[in-house]
Design a protein. Structure first.
Length: 737
């Protein structure tokens, strides 16, 4: 504080805000600020004096935002904390926890810039808001950026100026807009345009300056007759004429692809009435009648938010009329109350101008902040507005600085599967902020996460208890299913190799008898137990050999008769076709073709027209080539085949329990509800013995219909699946094709 200009600036600020301070605040503040003089290492890429910049930022925050004691002191001190001139604990001891928390919040937000190069992303904006917690941190950053944009006009560092301008345009201006800080928002946009689009900015500015006199004259010419008419009607009012900002004009020129002269609505006239609440609408429509009697209106440009206000509460009547010199002029008619709401945030232009809101919760939260600001109350209540909406989501960084959004409570394993299924399946842990943690570690906003993987790692069923997101759970179930299928294949190959070493062939029928003899319900469970070592492979091979030997002896007539319920497989040469006569004469007792995946000597295939599966009533149809097509008895082609080719029809039946999966198509119809496809796929993924092949959904007039192709074991499981699908909300009909 050695320069007179600095002292004068500081003294001016202190004079303005002295009433905000507590006893001893000013003395402590001067003591802290005096330490800036002893610091020679202040890095300042823009060449701005640190103390001077703090003072001017504080002035903006006080005059144009309305920050009070804690916010002003935090602005004066936070740079000193970031530079290490004094500690945050010293700030807490001298100025209280409120100031220290704001300073700490600013320090946390500043750290985000070091982690990510993608500051322009919407996720970064949301992370910034959630990380700040106290909204005064964001307000201070906006004020600081406004001051910075005012100061950098003489900076020689072109790269730094451009970066600061880009951040002001895509980050700070939208935030100011959402918070109802319209003047600061327009200033940030105009100054950003000045540095980013130098020629366009000065072109528009020069045009505006050149036309200012004629524009002012035109506005006067336009409003004087209106003013006289309104006064004659005894209305209390005032009229404002406003010119669009340079940035707004530039955006319109780009959108309409026209020169400056082609932007006809460079200004708008606002008629603001002083009306009693019960007479507001009547007075506004009276003014509308007066204006449209004097100037020809454009009915296509009428915007009546008076009769039906916008959802955000905005009320006004907008008309466009043809004024003198055949120029179109926009006229906005509203009352003092409506104007106060529209201008100061409760209905906020940040929404009705079309700025996209990322989350409904975000809008409501910012609206509550803005309402508190506009109430004119002490902004110290800002510490009550914590980002509770972000209890539902967090934002974390990848090692490259990209930001990923996850549900609150997400673990390292959730993040791994969010990145990629392969990364998730091979995840063994992670480094979070440089510290090694396990896959159960819960993540928080701002964490930088590097997943540690191993090629030997495999997904485990207990992982379903670790993850919190439905996306990760679905991927784990799918990975478990794929792993299970792969393990079965590997286990079967291992058994086949062991059998080959003993000079034996692999026979699925023998395996089935072996499984039954061992008391295991499903063949898949048998393979799983062999794979994980629950069943000794050597013992399995020995028992397989016993059953095979017994079966061989039975075939040679030396063994016990075949148990009831087990049907001997017969070769095609023994099979006798039936015609209509033999069927009637035989009383229905005829040879039956046994369908089994290991069947030898018979060339058969499953018909594509009806896709029979285990459990369906079936028949065989002998083709011209000599093979046999297996059809369902209720196949659409069955009546025609029986009628024209009855002599080529053979009875058929399934042998034992089906060991294969069959492809079937289901037709699903229902209401086009949000998440319907996700609900269907989630239900199917929970059953390891059903594999989804494809899903194709079409939507029309609020209804959806589509085909679902799955691999399934038998009709029992098919019926269970259809019943489950019908329980999904929105599903009206499920039929097999």
């Amino acid at each position: 504080m050695t320069h007179d200009t600095e002292i004068t600036t500081l003294e001016t600020l202190l004079d303005s805000v002295r009433t905000l301070f507590h006893d001893g605040d000013e003395a402590h503040l001067r003591e802290f600020l005096g330490r800036y003089d002893d610091d020679d290492s202040t890095p300042d890429i823009f060449g701005l004096d640190t103390l001077k910049r703090s003072v001017r930022t504080a002035a903006i925050a006080y005059d144009e935002i309305g920050l009070k004691r804690d916010g002003i002191i935090a602005i004066m001190l936070y740079r000193g904390v970031l530079l290490g001139i004094f500690s945050n604990e010293e700030v807490r001891d001298h100025f209280g926890s409120g100031v220290a928390d704001i300073v700490g919040g600013i320090a946390k937000v500043q750290s985000l810039y070091e982690k990510t190069p993608t500051i322009s992303s919407e996720n970064f904006k949301n992370l910034l808001l959630s990380f700040a917690e106290d909204m005064r941190v964001i307000l201070i950053m906006i004020a600081d950026r406004v001051n910075l944009m005012r100061e950098i006009k003489d900076c020689d560092n072109v790269v730094a100026v451009r970066k600061a301008s880009e951040e002001a345009s895509y980050l700070y201006a939208p935030l100011a807009h959402k918070l109802g800080l319209y003047k600061l928002k327009s200033e940030l946009e105009d100054l950003s345009l000045k540095y980013l689009e130098h020629d366009a900015y000065y072109h528009i500015k020069e045009k505006l300056n050149a036309t200012k006199e004629s524009r002012d004259n035109y506005i006067t010419q336009f409003i004087v007759p209106i003013q006289q008419k309104l006064e004659q009607q005894g209305l209390k009012f005032h009229i404002k004429g406003r010119t669009k900002s340079i940035h707004s004009i530039w955006q319109k020129m780009k959108k309409q692809k026209c020169p400056f002269e082609g932007v006809y609505d460079l200004f708008a006239i606002r008629i603001i009435l002083d009306s009693a609440p019960e007479k507001e609408k009547m007075d506004c429509w009276q003014v509308y009648s007066i204006v449209t009697d004097m100037y020809q209106p454009n009915p296509k440009r009428l915007r009546d938010w008076l009769s039906v206000p916008k959802s955000n509460g905005y009320e006004s009547l907008h008309i466009t009329v043809l004024g003198p010199e055949q120029k179109w002029v926009e006229v906005q008619i509203r009352t003092e109350r409506m104007d106060d709401i529209a201008e100061h945030g409760l209905a906020a232009h940040w929404r009705y101008k079309g700025v996209k809101a990322t989350e409904g919760g975000m809008d409501e939260w910012l609206a509550s902040i803005r309402a508190a600001m506009e109430a004119g109350d002490d902004l110290e209540i800002m510490d009550q507005f914590k980002t509770s909406m972000y209890e539902k989501e967090i934002y974390v960084f990848t090692p490259k600085g990209d930001i990923q959004k996850l549900s609150a409570g997400a673990t390292v394993l959730d993040f791994a599967f969010h990145i990629h299924s392969k990364v998730g399946c091979q995840c063994t842990g992670a480094k979070v902020n440089g510290k090694v943690v396990n896959m159960r570690h819960e993540l928080h906003s701002g964490d930088q996460v590097q997943i540690v993987t191993s090629a030997q790692q495999k997904p485990k069923r207990e992982w379903l208890q670790i993850v919190r997101t439905s996306r990760a759970k679905a991927k784990i179930r799918l990975a478990l299913k794929e792993t299970f299928v792969k393990e079965i294949s590997i286990t079967k190959e291992m058994i086949e190799r062991r059998l080959k070493n003993r000079k034996m062939d692999f026979d699925e029928a023998v395996i089935q008898q072996l499984v039954k003899k061992m008391g295991i319900k499903e063949v898949s469970d048998f393979y799983r137990q062999v794979a994980d070592g629950t069943l000794d492979i050597q013992n399995v091979i020995d028992k397989y050999q016993e059953i095979r030997n017994a079966k061989t002896a039975q075939a040679q007539g030396t063994a016990m008769p075949q148990p009831a319920g087990e049907q001997e497989h017969r070769s095609a040469s023994e099979f006798v076709l039936r015609d209509d006569v033999s069927r009637s004469s035989s009383g229905g007792h005829s040879d039956v073709l046994v369908i089994d995946q290991r069947q030898k000597g018979i060339d058969y295939t499953l018909a594509n027209c009806c896709h029979p599966i285990y459990g369906d009533e079936i028949f065989g149809f002998v083709t011209v080539s000599g093979g046999i097509k297996i059809h369902r008895c209720d196949c659409p082609n069955a009546p025609e085949l029986h009628k024209r080719f009855g002599y080529r029809i053979v009875d058929a039946a399934w042998s034992g329990k089906g060991q294969s999966q069959y492809s079937i198509t289901l037709r699903v119809v229902g209401n086009d509800d949000i998440g319907i496809v996700s609900n269907i796929t989630s239900l199917i993924s929970k059953d390891e013995r059903i594999m989804m092949r494809s899903i194709n959904i079409d939507s029309h007039d609020g209804l959806f219909s589509g085909n679902l192709v799955v691999n399934i074991d038998d009709t029992n499981r098919l019926e269970q699946l259809i019943r489950k699908l019908k329980t999904i909300k929105g599903v009206k009909q499920v039929t097999r094709i």
